[in-house]
Design a protein around this ligand. Structure first.
Ligand SMILES: CC(C)=CCC/C(C)=C(\C)COP(=O)(O)OP(=O)(O)O
Length: 351
């Protein structure tokens, strides 16, 4: 039976039994259920390795993951790029999107999730607000502008975000860059909200969690599917409400794949990191194994809805829309395959 679902009604919910490392509840033994998700369209390990090496070099250059570059390397974001963007063989282009991906993931780790990397959940919202000014540059009074410039220069996460955004501008149109930045601002907002749950020890309702996860999905990278193949989806099509609905379903499905594969890692950490199975287990009072199955069903519903919408929208829209939606579908396949293989999400977390 579902519990109360209004905003704020779950303030007293705690981690479900078995979800906490402290309670001895490492959940690594629970396998991810089979998911409704297509197979990847290409697997070119050499291309993935080249992109990954160059991503790690860039991370070292901008100063992120200092002392932890090996963990970044085995996470293998280069492989994610290669699997998720099968429409291009160009390592430079994959590197440009890869830098944005690594910068976004790093901001989330360094500001919100990973205390070992300096995350302080109480400061997450304030730090994310500063990060937002890198994506949508602040226009400041002269007396204070040097302070902001100094702050950006001295924080490797901000340097990475700025570098990634500037580099993307060489491969994507201003409209595509603006689109990705807008999606990323939503992601920052969602990460800030999640940090509040962590600080207050409050587990959100399932619907509330889903609202936040849709905003905190991989949408900033999905929005670059056309840039990754050097064509441009017209703005009219990207912003069409029906296309938006389909796109957001795909984005949420991709984030839920992360939740399912990341649960062992997240539940083993010192803080409760939120993911759909944990939130469902808390709300429904079920085991994590059952919550995993229910989460997979939510994922599958989103995927099927996306596929049905994509099929009809592709018949109605301009040719670029059919190509874009097919690209999103391929991206989802790459995202799942990467999560299944990355050392970051290994059943016994690799780091
Ligand atoms: C590529 C991109 C814009 C990612 C931003 C969203 C994001 C950081 C995730 C979807 C990952 O979420 P989460 O913090 O749960 O990731 P981990 O499980 O810690 O890898």
């Amino acid at each position: 039976m579902n519990g109360p679902t209004g905003l704020g009604t779950s303030a007293a919910r705690l981690r479900p039994p078995g979800a906490s490392a402290a309670a001895g509840g490492r959940t690594g033994a629970l396998p991810v259920p089979p998911l409704h998700c297509p197979d990847v369209l290409r697997d070119d390990p050499a291309l993935g390795a080249e992109v990954n090496d160059r991503l790690v070099d860039w991370a070292e250059e901008v100063g992120i993951h200092a002392g932890r570059l090996d963990s970044l390397r085995v996470t293998d974001f280069g492989r994610l790029m290669m699997l998720a963007h099968p429409g291009t063989d160009d390592p430079d282009l994959l590197l440009a999107i890869g830098r944005c991906t690594v910068a976004a993931w790093t901001a989330d780790d360094y500001y919100c999730d990973d205390r070992g990397a300096g995350a302080v959940p109480e400061l997450a919202a304030a730090r994310m607000a500063i990060a937002a000014t890198v994506l949508d540059p602040a226009s400041f009074p002269a007396a204070y502008a040097p302070d902001l410039r100094r702050a950006i220069r001295s924080d490797p996460v901000l340097v990475a975000l700025r570098s990634a955004r500037e580099h993307l501008g060489r491969y994507a149109t201003p409209t595509q860059v603006a689109r990705a930045c807008r999606e990323q601002l939503s992601m920052f907002q969602a990460a800030s909200a999640e940090a509040v749950w962590r600080c207050t020890g409050r587990t959100p309702s399932v619907w509330e969690y889903l609202v936040n996860r849709q905003m905190g999905s991989q949408a900033p990278i999905l929005a670059l599917v056309d840039a990754g193949e050097c064509y441009r989806l017209p703005t009219r099509a990207y912003t069409d409400p029906q296309v938006r609905r389909a796109f957001l379903k795909a984005a949420l499905a991709s984030a839920l794949v992360n939740d399912l594969y990341s649960m062992a890692r997240e539940n083993a950490g010192p803080d409760q990191d939120f993911n759909l199975p944990v939130v469902i287990a808390a709300e429904d009072g079920c085991t994590l194994a059952e919550a995993l199955a229910r989460s997979a069903a939510v994922h599958d519903e989103l995927m099927r809805d996306f596929e049905a919408s994509a099929a009809s929208l592709s018949r109605l829209g301009p040719p670029e829309l059919a190509r874009f939606l097919a690209g999103v579908h391929a991206w989802l396949a790459g995202n799942r395959a990467w999560h299944a293989g990355s050392a970051r999400y290994a059943t016994t977390p690799a780091y």
